[in-house]
Ligand binder design. Structure first.
Ligand code: PEP
Length: 270
């Protein structure tokens, strides 16, 4: 039985005061929940603040990104050890907003311009391997662009992202991996992927994990869906066989909404 997960990706939102208020609100609503794994991923500047808020609760802390080297001349980057020292147990790796597939500094469009961070399948893999070696649990993101879905290549794109991310990961370490399927066209758009289709792709991801490792690893790996998860669509998603939870952006910024998502996830365990 896989424990349901509800992970909040706060992205670049919340200064320290706002982070404390939001984390306290989540703890008040879902801090003692035992049937679901609740993870908050605030911006790096608020990790210690949130860690303080969740210290007497079951809520876990995650970061939104990391670098694979342990230390050195990498201005602006954060190592796994630094994140561990802030209380992190989890780290999101390869979020589509950090993959460099659709951004260029020549772009006029603000969204495309923002997507210049440049993670590739190779850097995602390095980060995953470094996270696991340091004792952090990666939440590996995968997902297709709208153009890739329209071209019928969703499964190929997602499968190759997952295989690349897991390259060199041992079977023992795979027990500490969470995968989040996040179709890029559904993130922050309000356009949720149909629950049956999200389940089909998550099932396909599970099949890839079985190919890379074996059926036991695949059966126990938590695979999440992300992309406009909200209180009004979460039940349909959580009912699906292969969807073990959500990686949530927008709705995680409101303690009441996120509290509802946590409650639905916990109920789905029964
Ligand atoms: C995300 O940030 O991973 C995400 C899925 O965002 P949203 O829930 O806002 O679509």
């Amino acid at each position: 039985m896989r424990k349901p997960v509800m992970a909040g990706n706060w992205k670049m939102n919340c200064n320290n005061d706002e982070a404390k208020e939001l984390a306290d609100g989540v703890v008040a609503r879902g801090g003692q929940v035992e049937d679901a794994l609740v993870i908050l991923c605030p911006p790096a500047t608020a990790l210690t603040t949130v860690n303080d808020s969740i210290k007497n609760s079951n809520v876990k802390l995650g970061a939104q990104n990391m670098f694979w080297e342990q230390s050195g001349a990498y201005t602006g980057e954060l190592s796994a050890d630094m994140l561990l020292s802030c209380g992190c147990e989890y780290v999101i790796i390869g979020h589509s907003e950090r993959r460099g597939r659709f951004g260029s500094v020549d772009e006029e469009d603000a969204e495309a311009l923002a997507a210049i961070f440049g993670d590739t399948d190779e850097t995602v893999n390095r980060k995953v391997v470094a996270a696991l070696a340091a004792g952090l649990k990666p939440i590996i993101c995968c997902g297709e662009l709208l153009s890739e879905r329209q071209a019928g290549s969703t499964d190929d794109v997602v499968a190759s992202q997952v295989k690349a991310a897991l390259e060199g990961v041992s079977e023992a370490d795979a027990a500490n991996v969470i995968i989040a399927y996040e179709p890029v066209w559904a993130i922050g758009t309000g356009e949720v992927c149909d629950a049956d289709e999200a389940n089909r792709v998550c099932g396909m991801v599970r099949g890839v994990v079985a190919e890379v490792f074996n059926e036991d690893v695949a059966d126990s790996m938590q695979i999440l869906y992300g992309g406009s998860v909200k209180p009004n669509n979460v039940e349909g998603l959580m009912e699906q066989e292969h969807i073990d939870g959500g990686l949530v952006g927008g709705a995680s910024l409101d303690a009441e909404s996120f509290g509802t998502l946590i409650a639905v996830a916990a109920d789905s365990a029964k």
